[in-house]
Design a protein around this ligand. Structure first.
Ligand SMILES: CC(C)(COP(=O)(O)OP(=O)(O)OC[C@H]1O[C@@H](n2cnc3c(N)ncnc32)[C@H](O)[C@@H]1OP(=O)(O)O)[C@@H](O)C(=O)NCCC(=O)NCCS
Length: 217
């Protein structure tokens, strides 16, 4: 990959099904047998927290090989002061194109746009391996937690503007845009619109379980 062999652009309506299929290909069997991310992005576009200006795709070889979406979420400090932050995800790159820098290019491009739009913080759950090189740190380092002082190991925070979180304790209230994925019947029905795929176990599901059940003390 070099800077001339791809373009990054805003997602448009004609991309919707290709982007949904890309999510399905990238996330299939990764965290659980099958996946729900294709349904998640389909539904997220109508959610009040969705930010269409930041939904971007990366194209090469005449097709979309990566995409990213963002939502508005909330931080609240101990005095009740609130701050809108970005929740990033899903982010994915087509298998076969992964680990070549496309994900990095998409994130760096959209982080710049987000900063221009006035956002100063991005938060998401994820495997730290994918994000620490992009400047993300553990939520513990920024004193960002869930109510009850829970600091999940997979809760990762990036300041787009240094000092934006200024050391005070923040409670994180993520958008509920992913709540649609709890409706497993709706996910199954939506999945029927795509070519058949076999659900199976793979070791990454155990890795996901470990990351998603770990907290930092
Ligand atoms: C995670 C994903 C989006 C990353 O995109 P990508 O294009 O494959 O990754 P990049 O080549 O841009 O590399 C991004 C960073 O990942 C890390 N990375 C790359 N290869 C790695 C490897 N083999 N092992 C561990 N980390 C690796 C590096 O930190 C790299 O940054 P650096 O090159 O500045 O050091 C992509 O692999 C993907 O879609 N995976 C499946 C879906 C998924 O897991 N999405 C994220 C949900 S949390």
């Amino acid at each position: 990959m070099n800077n001339n062999d791809y373009i990054i652009r805003k997602e448009n309506k004609n991309d919707y099904r290709e982007v949904e299929n890309l999510n399905r290909e990238a996330f299939w069997n990764l965290s659980v047998p099958g996946c729900s991310e294709h349904y998640f992005v389909h539904m997220m576009r109508q959610h009040k927290d969705f930010i269409p200006e930041l939904a971007h795709v990366i194209e090469t070889d005449g097709k979309i090989v990566g995409c990213v979406m963002y939502c508005n979420s909330l931080l609240r400090d101990e005095q009740g002061r609130e701050k809108t932050v970005l929740t990033m995800g899903p982010l994915c790159v087509l298998p076969g194109y992964q680990r070549k820098g496309y994900g990095k290019a998409l994130l760096e491009h959209t982080f710049k746009l987000a900063l221009d739009m006035g956002y100063d913080t991005v938060i998401n759950f994820g495997n730290p391996d994918n994000y620490v090189a992009r400047g993300y740190k553990s939520c513990k380092k920024y004193n960002v937690c869930f109510e009850g002082d829970v600091f999940p190991a997979a809760l990762l925070v990036k300041e787009l503007k240094e000092g934006a979180l200024d050391g005070r304790k923040w409670f994180y209230y993520p958008s509920d845009s992913d709540a649609c994925c709890d409706d497993t019947e709706a996910v199954e029905e939506f999945d029927k619109l795509f070519p058949p795929k076999v659900k199976a176990w793979q070791p990454s599901q155990e890795e996901f379980f470990i990351h998603s059940h770990s907290v930092i003390r």
